[in-house]
Design a binder for this molecule. Structure first.
Ligand SMILES: Nc1ncnc2c1ncn2[C@@H]1O[C@H](COP(=O)(O)OP(=O)(O)OP(=O)(O)O)[C@@H](O)[C@H]1O
Ligand SMILES: [Mg+2]
Length: 475
């Protein structure tokens, strides 16, 4: 059998040489094309088992080359390489049928891993057909070049041709709704409706009627028949936002929609058939709710056919400057101002800030800075969050619970087996009294054993304090 080849398409001879060196120890033939046209001519060669394709070619755009190559030989996996990273490019590459999307300068080990994987199960035939269909590309507003955002963009591209349910998780303000809309915009259903329902905003009966509709007279105030979102959205995509807050009864009805594509309106007997794609989002841990029997595990699995976790902004700080620039541009245009950017000091401090409210918090702050600014460069004074006082406050109000959970988790989780072993079935009681003793001792020490001061400090009554002092013998 003829030796299999890897075709490298890149006009930069340094790149082709580096890849050539990397692949030298493997038993592959190397072929090089330095333009799109050359690549298109070469793809007919049946020995080619893998294409490494640069996006920036001298003659034709790499995306067009990708589409043509897929048309001529849809079975050959094509890895897109690019030095100009954007989420748009990653989405487009995956939609056009790319096998992988890697960024330059690339991680040699990653490249070798991809080559090995492809060459092992080549010819690559599985699952490509669905991805290679050409569709119109919608402009996407997702800003970010961090590896995390590029991965997310790749998944958006990959799920675009499917109807798979997607579960999006991430802290508040990380962009869950934006990502859901992007999945919709890039999907085959983008000519059908997209509706979002906030499951936390409505009490159970209203949410049910919102989702499934109701018949006239089904409850007080139901003066006429009302169609629910599932019915209105038939053929389209529905976003179930804050899904963790959905009641068990509603969960079972949604599960039925996912399994049987059917439901009845509240107070009605007629079974209604629908075809809707579901994208669910939450900032809570569904796994924890499942453990507490508050969320159905079967629904969980139905929802997370594909799951997407959006990391908090503080874990992908390299996206901060680009987001700032993006929102300055947007709000400058909106307010008719001509803000050029942020000063070096402001940028440094905005980079270091924790952003407990994630991108939404950043957007709001840039917005108000742009509105308030009298100069064309934004300085730290334009960002109240950068003042010490504010930082203190935002941590107190928004981060407190999470921070403490993390602090205790750091102690409890690694020692948990030990704690269980020595607590003789009284884990909760032992941890609780250990915590209280430590806390009350610290407060008494801080207030020099003045009980009034100590109870004020802790925000509890003097009686409670006295009770704990005698309970734990803390004199
Ligand atoms: N990567 C991003 N690029 C551009 N804008 C973003 C990005 N991420 C978030 N945003 C913007 O930040 C704001 C908050 O995003 P979004 O509403 O999608 O967050 P969320 O995760 O749904 O938050 P919540 O959990 O509070 O509902 C929106 O205005 C959105 O457009
Ligand atoms: Mg949201």
């Amino acid at each position: 059998m003829e030796k299999r080849s890897v075709l490298i398409v890149d006009d930069d001879s340094n790149v082709t040489a580096t890849i050539g060196e990397c692949l030298e120890s493997f038993n592959y033939n190397l072929q090089v094309a330095s333009s799109g046209e050359e690549a298109i001519n070469k793809i007919a060669d049946p020995s080619i088992a893998l294409v490494l394709l640069d996006i920036n070619l001298p003659d034709i755009s790499g995306f067009d080359v990708l589409a043509t190559l897929k048309q001529k030989n849809s079975a050959v996996p094509i890895v897109i390489m690019t030095g100009f990273v954007s989420t748009d490019a990653a989405i487009e590459a995956m939609k056009k049928g790319a096998y992988e999307f890697i960024t330059k300068p690339f991680d040699i080990n990653k490249l070798i891993g991809i080559v090995n994987k492809v060459m092992k199960d080549s010819p690559y035939t599985k699952g490509l057909e669905t991805f290679s269909r050409e569709r119109k590309i919608e402009e996407s507003d997702i800003i970010g070049k961090s590896p995390e955002m590029v991965e997310i963009a790749k998944v958006i591209g990959q799920v675009s041709a499917t109807d798979a349910s997607v579960l999006i998780t991430g802290e508040s303000g990380t962009g869950k709704e934006l990502i859901a809309k992007s999945i919709y915009k890039n999907s085959l259903r983008n000519d059908k409706p997209f509706l979002s329902v906030n499951c936390a905003a409505l009490p159970e009966t209203l949410l049910e009627s919102e989702l499934f509709g109701h018949e006239k007279g089904s409850f007080t105030g139901a003066y006429a028949r009302k169609l629910g979102k599932f019915e209105v959205c038939n053929g389209g995509t529905i976003m179930l936002d804050e899904i963790a807050d959905m009641s068990p009864l509603t969960q079972s009805k949604v599960l039925r929609v996912l399994q049987e594509q059917e439901f009845e309106r509240v107070g009605g007997n007629e079974t209604i058939k629908v075809d809707v794609r579901i994208i669910a989002a939450t900032n809570k841990s569904l796994v924890n709710l499942i453990k507490e029997n508050k969320f159905r595990v079967d629904l969980f699995y139905r929802l997370k056919v594909v799951s997407l976790y959006i990391p908090p902004l503080r874990e992908r700080r390299e996206d901060i400057p680009q987001l700032i620039e993006h929102f300055i541009k947007r709000y400058s245009e909106e307010t008719g101002k001509n803000i050029k950017g942020v000063s070096k000091e402001a940028m440094e401090r905005l980079n270091d800030y924790v952003w407990p409210g994630n991108v939404r918090e950043l957007e709001n702050n840039v917005h108000s800075a742009v509105v308030m600014a009298k100069t064309d460069v934004l300085t730290p004074e334009h960002f109240p969050i950068l003042s010490d006082q504010h930082e203190q406050m935002s941590i107190d109000l928004e981060q407190l619970e999470d921070d403490y959970t993390r602090m205790f988790a750091e102690v409890i989780i690694p020692n948990f087996n030990k704690i269980v072993a020595v607590s003789n079935g009284h884990v909760y009681h032992h941890l609780q009294s250990g915590f209280e003793k430590a806390l009350f001792s610290a407060a008494l020490k801080q207030s020099a054993s003045n009980q009034v001061k100590a109870s004020d400090l802790l925000g509890i009554s003097r009686n409670t304090l006295r009770d704990r002092i005698s309970k734990y013998g803390l004199y």
